[in-house]
Each structure stands twice: as structure tokens, then as C-alpha cells.
Design a protein around this ligand. Structure first.
Ligand SMILES: Nc1ncnc2c1ncn2[C@@H]1O[C@H](COP(=O)(O)OP(=O)(O)OP(=O)(O)O)[C@@H](O)[C@H]1O
Length: 456
């Protein structure tokens, strides 16, 4: 069991807010975030609509509004607090998810992707992943396989951001695997061997992403984007095969917004409606899960039937495992510091406060055959101990001891066979990886030669 970790981050005032001479209404101290409604007279602090100041406590309150302030939280610090947790989960074999939520223009893309020379969580996590892979590979302790995919949900349709234009790019179907959960049919997956490979794919995907200028943000993301890393590692630990698979979802949501605040009309208004539909469903899912967790914690209360409406939007369906399921999840709520956004900011803070109550059930995703080998080995150890005991009380020739001996031999043979199969399969995967990587680089080099040759 693990609660969803929640961080709130406040950005600097933007040009529009400064031009409107907006007042700064956010304070942060330790884990606490305080918001002030400057329209109300001084009074007691609380969470009722009459209270001038409201205080919320999160796992992290990040003050990123002024880089000269001593409490300023940089991209590096956000990575150190949250990104390293994601990497730890991945190497332990857990699924992980980070999603950024907040009003349009509040800093979601900045936090997740970042700007040139000031990279955000996604590039830093990918860089960290490959730097750790290089460390472990150098010591010869394990082998790895990493694949990435990148999709956007635009107007409730799933679009592959990494596939060259084809009929399979748009409107992909979401399906549900009985064990592995929801997935996108025909979504392209790309093998990557180093950070440069990921960077190229990320850049290509970001170019394909649907953005537009709105009244609130010059480059506003009009879609929800999910960057997924599938990370498999295999090794022998005390002669025991280990293979884990971890799925890491890194999500940049489109902004929550009020139509009147963005001045949206036509296409932007329709987009806004669909964006908000997903976000309203996300809110309903978070509320239902928070209710479930509180209900579970209260042993005396009569258990309520709580329905979690995952399937009401594509976003929540795809993130089903990350919300209340098999994943270690982090939510980053991004906010503006300006009084003109008071309503939106308060709603984001309340949303984030609710998300703190969600309890997930992360488990280590172990390969099924490796799990079987481990269970058989435990059974062998148990049988050996029983036989040793029988030996001491001269039961060695009894029919029970003989059948135990037989079972032991069968299990030992099965373990040997399964271990051999697993080692062969993994060696083959590594060979395929090497060949496909060499082919890819050979074709890039050839392309380069052809281009150069055509100039001579
Ligand atoms: N913490 C921060 N420090 C400095 N600049 C920031 C910060 N957060 C956001 N910004 C800047 O504010 C602007 C809007 O941020 P961003 O595009 O990340 O918002 P968003 O929440 O993703 O918006 P949308 O939902 O419209 O896509 C960008 O120019 C970004 O560089």
C-alpha cells in the first residue's frame, strides 16, 4: 500500500499578470501552502469560503516564483525529490506514474518537459535511467531492455506521436488486458539504448503534439500527453534468475480552464470542453478513490459501494493502474501566484488535497517463469529439510520419504530446465537488441553517406 505523493509548485508571475498589476497571494513554508483571498477582510484561517487565508499541507510545497528567493525550488531540486523516487521504483520493478495537473499556463509542461537548457522531469528521469543502466552494466550485474511510446489524447481520441503519418496514427483503440490492464492497440513502441535515442523521440513527439496560442498561454498544450517507458531488467542474484518489468507513465495534462478566462470560441471552445470532460472525470475518479481509502481506514463504518468511473474518459481509463492500482504515483499540482487566478488556484489546491488520500497497491512485476523458479526452489528447500528430519528418525526407506525424494528430484529437474530456458530467452533478446541497434545505426550512416554523395 502506498499513498499518492502530492507536490504543489507555484510559478513566477507572467507578463499578463504583471501588466494587470496582479497581487501575489501564495505563501509556502515547509510542506505548507497558504492562499489568501485579498477581497475578504482579515479573519480566521480555515477552509470555509469566508476565510481570508486557507492553509494546505502536501508532501512538498515548491516555491518556484522567484529565483532570487532563498526558498526557490529549481528543476534540479524537483528531480532530486521526485525523479529519483521514480528511478528507484523502476529499478525495484514497480510501475510508476507522475502527472502534472493545473490551470492552463500554470507550469505543467515546464515542470514535466522544461525549456531548452532548463530541462524538466521527463528528460531528467530518462537521463538518470540511462546513467544508472550504464553504471550497472559496467559492473556486469544485469542486462536491460528499454522501450518508449508517446501518445496524446486530443478531443477524446488517442493519437500516436511517434509514428510517421499513416492511417494508424489517429484514433487508436484502447483495450484492456486481463492481467496487464488497459493499453492502446497498435501504439508504436521504440527500442532505445541511450539518452540520445530518447531525446530524438521526445523532440519528434513534442513537434507532433497539438498546441495553440490561447488567451492564457502562447504555447498551450491542447491535449493530454502520456510518455511511457517500458523498462525490463534481468540478472542472476545468488544464482537465482530475476526479471522485472516496470512501466513508467509521465503525463502532461492539458490545462484546466474556464472558457470565460481563456476567451475561447469555436475550435478552442470544443477542445476546452473535451479537455474539461477528461479532467472532470479525473476529479470524479480521484474523489471516488479518496472515499474508498477513507472507508477502508475506518474499520467500524459500514462499507459503501463506491463506483470508480475510470471508463468515463480515455485519460482515466489509460491511467487506471496509476490511480488506485498497481503503481507508485506522484501528482504535481502547478499554480499561478496571482490574485486574478484565485478561483482556479483554490480549486487546484483542493483537487491536490483530495488526491493525497488515494491509496495505491504497487507490487513488484516479476516475470511469471522467474516467479515459478523461485517458488519451486522454496519447495525444494522445504522438502530437503523434511528429508533431513526424516533421516534423523530413521524414516529414510519409508514410502513417504521415497515419494518426497522423487518429488525433490522432479522439482530440481524442472528448475534446471526453466533456468536454462530463461537464460536462452534473455540471451536471445540481448542479441536481437544488439543486431537491431547496429542495423539502425548502419542505416543512419548509410543515409548520411547517400546525402553527402548527392552533394559531390
Ligand atoms: N516554475 C517556473 N519557472 C519559470 N517559468 C515558468 C515556470 N513555470 C512555468 N513557467 C513559464 O510559464 C509559461 C507557461 O508554462 P507552461 O507552458 O508550462 O504551462 P502549462 O501549465 O503547461 O500550460 P497549458 O496547460 O496551457 O499547456 C511558459 O513560458 C513557462 O516557461
Amino acid at each position: 500500500m502506498a499513498s499518492v505523493k502530492v507536490a504543489v509548485r507555484v510559478r513566477p508571475m507572467n507578463r499578463r499578470e504583471k501588466d494587470l498589476e496582479a497581487k501575489f497571494i501564495i505563501e509556502m513554508e515547509g510542506k505548507k501552502t497558504t492562499i489568501t483571498n485579498i477581497k475578504l477582510p482579515d479573519g480566521i484561517t480555515g477552509d470555509s469560503s469566508r476565510d481570508r487565508t486557507k492553509v494546505f499541507t502536501y508532501d512538498f510545497s515548491y516555491f518556484s516564483a522567484d529565483c532570487k528567493n532563498s526558498n526557490y525550488v529549481s528543476q534540479e531540486r524537483v528531480f532530486r525529490d521526485l525523479g529519483t523516487d521514480v528511478l528507484k521504483s523502476a529499478f525495484e520493478g514497480y510501475n510508476a506514474c507522475v502527472f502534472a495537473y493545473g490551470q492552463t499556463g500554470s507550469g505543467k509542461s515546464y515542470t514535466m518537459m522544461g525549456n531548452t537548457g532548463d530541462s524538466g522531469l521527463i528528460p531528467r528521469i530518462c537521463e538518470g535511467l540511462f546513467s544508472k543502466i550504464a553504471d550497472v552494466t559496467r559492473k556486469g550485474d544485469a542486462s536491460f531492455r528499454t522501450e518508449v511510446s508517446y501518445l496524446e489524447i486530443y478531443n477524446e481520441r488517442v493519437r500516436d506521436l511517434l509514428r510517421r503519418k499513416s492511417s494508424k496514427t489517429f484514433n487508436l483503440r484502447v483495450r484492456e488486458h486481463p492481467k496487464e490492464g488497459p493499453y492502446v492497440e497498435d501504439l508504436s513502441k521504440h527500442l532505445v539504448q541511450n539518452y540520445r535515442d530518447v531525446e530524438e523521440l521526445m523532440d519528434a513527439g513534442n513537434i507532433n503534439r497539438t498546441t495553440a496560442a490561447t488567451g492564457m498561454n502562447d504555447v498551450s498544450s491542447r491535449s493530454h500527453a502520456i510518455f511511457t517507458i517500458n523498462f525490463t531488467q534481468a540478472k542472476f542474484d545468488a544464482e537465482m534468475p530475476c526479471e522485472t518489468v516496470s512501466k513508467i507513465h509521465l503525463v502532461d495534462l492539458a490545462g484546466s480552464e474556464r472558457a470565460d478566462a481563456t476567451g475561447a470560441t469555436g475550435v478552442r471552445l470544443k477542445e476546452g470542453g473535451n479537455i474539461n470532460k477528461s479532467l472532470v472525470t479525473l476529479g470524479n475518479v480521484i474523489s471516488a478513490l479518496a472515499d474508498l481509502s477513507q472507508d477502508a481506514a475506518n474499520h467500524l463504518a459500514k462499507k459503501k459501494q463506491v463506483f470508480v468511473p475510470y471508463r468515463d474518459s480515455v485519460l482515466t481509463w489509460l491511467l487506471k493502474d496509476s490511480l488506485g492500482g498497481n503503481s507508485k504515483t506522484i501528482m504535481i499540482a502547478t499554480i499561478s501566484p496571482a490574485d486574478i487566478n484565485y478561483g482556479e488556484t483554490l480549486s487546484t489546491l483542493r483537487y491536490a488535497n483530495r488526491a493525497k488520500n488515494i491509496i495505491n497497491k504497487p507490487t513488484i512485476n516479476e516475470d511469471a517463469n522467474v516467479k515459478l523458479i523461485r517458488e519451486l526452489r522454496a519447495e525444494i528447500a522445504r522438502l530437503k529439510a523434511l528429508l533431513a528430519q526424516g533421516n534423523q528418525i530413521a524414516l529414510l526407506d519409508s514410502p513417504t520419504a521415497l515419494s518426497m525424494e522423487e518429488k525433490l528430484q522432479q522439482n530440481e529437474a524442472r528448475v534446471e530446465e526453466l533456468t536454462k530456458e530463461w537464460t536462452n530467452k534473455w540471451n536471445e533478446t540481448q542479441n536481437i537488441l544488439r543486431v537491431s541497434y547496429m542495423t539502425l545505426h548502419l542505416s543512419v550512416t548509410l543515409q548520411l553517406y547517400i546525402t553527402l554523395y548527392s552533394f559531390i
